[in-house]
Design a protein around this ligand. Structure first.
Ligand code: NOJ
Length: 771
């Protein structure tokens, strides 16, 4: 009897507490500021914490994966045991449990059985849409349209929350400069400024202004930090960058989203200058939590606490847990390390319980903010799920985003746009009628083979009188292709009959749309490639078609910059179409027939060749920059140093002219600002959008500075013949960098400022900063 009373007391206390919180949270919406609400939440968190045993606390720091979706190596766990632990409140979060039915079932396990009934938090990789699939993040970033990107994240959040899930492991804001790295598809490219802006837009889209609403979800900034610069572009590889690169290039996007209130961070698999990121106290606890004063929680990456052992940084999971919690990792995703070791570590006097308390508080705080203590089933509404997931409205918006993500790389003799009444089109290539590749990797609940293919899109947009012939030409990958053996894709061959039919189709058509590139799974996690060119079969197909018909428009579908040098030197027209998502074919048709004038710009440089990687525009000058008069300069003897297509590049069906670049002052003090103005004109016959880009070059620094750095951009619409004046404000925020003094500051000196439609612009002026 005594035992029963003892058990009932904490439950009663929690019930009273939650009731009072519920009352407060309603009142708070009306009368209190956010800070007041935060304080109230903290009080509630403290009260819950006071009721918890050490085992229950550690339970909150444990995250298990659901049974059906695996996004990491198997952990050989006993499913029955896992369910028992969930029932006992020994698990705080689940990943990859989706749908109202499944999340409700898991939530019931906790709510019906555990002592304290602390709701589970459900997380999932919603990377470019939940079921309505938007372009892969790299592709969507090519829109340079922050409102569009924000809205696509908010639609993903609506579909995700309607399916019972509270939290996405996105955005990935790793600056990535190596096209060989498979995960380049998941980020916003090579430039810290652009990645920051897009990262913030995505966070705002997912989280909205209020996490307690039914249609917003928590975001997760990942991977903290340096993961995008894995050596040789090989996934999970070491990152040996110095303090300078870390601070100036890798960390700024993380700082930007921390300031924007991102709810969670995920740490990373890689080492950073010898220290595995997951066990890196310097960046997690000291910098992010203490110096930046960020109050969310850090989830480990899949098994990354356990991986401190193979890294050779801990001798067993006991030591790995000690290192990870001290470093600031709050939640253990699938390492099964915290659950077995944290209590012992406290008992052995190795860690202070305060570390556990801090982690648990951060986790509970998010659960309160999401409103899960008010209603653990608040996202569980089948009717809403049915109505909102994959709705027609969302599909329409996916088409909008997809068309704005397309980049026109080349358009000799204005082969595009095609006239709708064109007589004949041959649609050729292994990706021409592929309904799966455009869904891309990290497709969440995107259904296999559900995209509108190029063939379908063109057929439904072209005139009924246009003769459309389709031929595959060759396979993209051989039939016996195994997911893990990408290299076999290089062996895909053309078979003669297939090839011959494609050649005949091309011979008899006015133009050829040739869809080549990569399938959905040639990029993504653990999909690094040493070579980034076309498969042998595709190159053979391209050359064979070119022999019989020069009017080729390449529809490039891919998740990374590719080596397209031969194509670029020979074929008149190339459209970069990434993996564009559910509405891919329709969006491409919009651009092909000129219903939409392409406006995308590359968020990554395209090199001539794999061997130039890592490749990025914002590099340093070296002591021997490229100089055609000298033999002794930093470069290759067989390849140029420049990009085939530079960062920021993309054409339109119209043309733009930049004139009258002017500054309101050319001499300023450190904390003063300059107004830059430029007149941009649409000099063609068609209305169009242009991304006006601002780059700065700090000529001399206490540390050598990049040759150019993006510091601003504006996407504008100009009617044919119209001119607009665009202004940028250049102030200390744009000019400072992490200097030799180990702080962010502006150094006096001379600066060049460039404006134009891509990073290779030469239109420039200059100013000076004095002390
Ligand atoms: C490993 C990946 O690195 C990470 O980005 C992802 O969120 C987790 N797996 C969970 O799927």
């Amino acid at each position: 009897m005594k035992k029963q009373i003892l058990l009932i007391i904490p439950i009663l206390l929690l019930a009273i507490l939650l009731y009072s919180f519920k009352k407060h949270s309603v009142d708070n919406k009306k009368v209190h500021s956010v800070t007041d609400l935060d304080k109230k939440i903290e009080q509630k968190v403290d009260s819950v914490l006071a009721l918890m045993t050490i085992k229950e606390k550690i339970g909150q720091m444990v995250q298990y994966s659901g049974r059906n979706i695996k996004t990491g190596p198997d952990s050989n766990t006993n499913e029955k045991e896992k369910i028992e632990k969930i029932k006992n409140g020994m698990v705080g979060s689940m990943l990859s449990v989706v749908s109202v039915k499944n999340t409700r079932e898991f939530q019931h396990l906790v709510m019906d059985n555990s002592r304290l009934k602390i709701p589970l938090l459900f997380g999932y990789d919603v990377i470019h849409g939940y079921k309505t699939i938007f372009p892969i993040p790299l592709g969507e970033s090519a829109s340079w349209d922050l409102e569009l990107i924000k809205k696509s994240a908010s639609i993903a959040a609506k579909e995700t929350s309607a399916s019972g899930v509270h939290w996405t492991f996105a955005p990935m804001i790793d600056v990535s400069r190596d096209a060989r790295w498979g995960r380049i598809m998941e980020g916003a490219g090579e430039d810290p400024y652009l990645v920051s802006q897009i990262g913030v837009a995505r966070v705002q889209g997912f989280q909205g202004n209020d996490l307690s609403l039914d249609n917003t979800i928590a975001a997760c900034a990942k991977h903290f930090a340096g993961y995008g610069l894995a050596e040789g572009g090989r996934d999970y590889n070491s990152v040996n960058i110095g303090e300078y690169e870390l601070n100036n290039d890798v960390l700024p996007p993380f700082k930007a989203v921390a300031n924007a209130g991102v709810a969670t961070f995920m740490n990373a698999f890689n080492t950073l200058d010898g220290i595995p990121a997951t066990g890196h106290k310097g960046i997690q606890r000291d910098l992010l939590k203490d110096k930046w004063n960020w109050t969310g929680f850090i989830v480990s990456d899949w098994g990354s606490i356990g991986e401190l052992v193979p890294h050779g940084f801990a001798k067993d999971k006991y030591q790995a847990s000690e290192i990870a919690i001290k470093a600031g990792s709050d939640m253990d995703m699938e390492s099964y390390a915290y659950e077995d070791n944290l209590e012992q570590l406290v008992n052995d006097g190795k860690i202070d319980i305060a570390l556990i308390d801090d982690a648990v508080k951060r986790i509970l705080k998010l659960k309160f903010k999401l409103g899960l203590f008010d209603d653990p089933y608040k996202y569980c509404n089948e009717k809403r799920e049915k109505r909102e997931v994959y709705s027609v409205e969302n599909q329409n918006f996916a088409r909008e985003v997809a068309k704005k993500s397309i980049v026109l790389l080349k358009n000799k003799n204005q082969l595009l746009p095609l006239k709708k009444h064109i007589n004949s089109i041959a649609i050729i290539g292994p990706l021409a009628n592929d309904k799966n590749a455009p869904i891309g990797n990290w497709r969440a609940q995107g259904v296999a083979n559900s995209a509108v293919s190029l063939l379908e899109g063109i057929k439904s947009t072209a005139s009924p009188n246009t003769k459309i012939v389709y031929e595959k030409g060759c396979d993209l990958i051989p039939n016996n292709y195994k997911e893990n053996k990408i290299t076999t894709s290089k062996q895909a061959t053309t078979d003669d009959a297939n090839l011959q039919r494609a050649i005949n189709a091309a011979k008899n058509a006015e133009v050829v749309l040739l869809a080549i590139g990569e399938n959905a799974f040639q990029t993504g996690e653990a999909k690094s490639q040493a070579e980034i060119g076309f498969t042998k079969a595709q190159l053979e197909l391209l050359k064979a078609i070119y022999k019989v018909n020069n009017n080729i428009i390449i529809i490039l579908m891919n998740g990374r910059p590719m080596d397209i040098t031969w194509a670029s030197q020979n074929v008149p027209t190339i459209l970069e179409c990434w993996h564009l998502g559910s509405q891919a074919g329709n969006a491409i048709a919009d651009v092909v027939f000129g219903d939409y004038n392409p406006s995308g710009k590359l968020p990554v440089s395209f090199p001539y060749n794999s061997n130039q990687e890592p490749f990025y525009y914002n590099h340093q000058n070296t002591g021997r920059p490229n100089n055609s008069h000298s033999r002794f300069y930093s470069g290759y003897t067989d390849k140029p140093n420049e990009a085939l297509y530079p960062f920021g590049y993309g054409l339109s069906y119209t043309t733009f002219e930049y004139k009258n670049l002017r500054l309101d002052k050319t001499d300023i003090k450190k904390d003063d600002s300059i107004k830059l103005s430029i007149d941009v004109s649409n000099t063609g016959n068609m209305d169009g959008e242009e991304v006006v880009q601002l780059y700065i070059h700090d000529l001399v620094g206490s540390l050598t500075r990049p040759v150019k750095e993006l510091k601003g951009f504006e996407k504008i619409m100009l009617k044919a013949g119209q001119t607009k004046t665009i202004n940028f404000n250049i102030d200390d925020k744009l000019l400072q960098f992490y200097t030799v003094n180990k702080k962010w500051e502006v150094e006096p000196g001379d600066f060049e400022v460039y404006v134009g439609g891509n990073s290779s612009t030469t239109l420039k002026t200059a100013f000076t900063i004095t002390n």
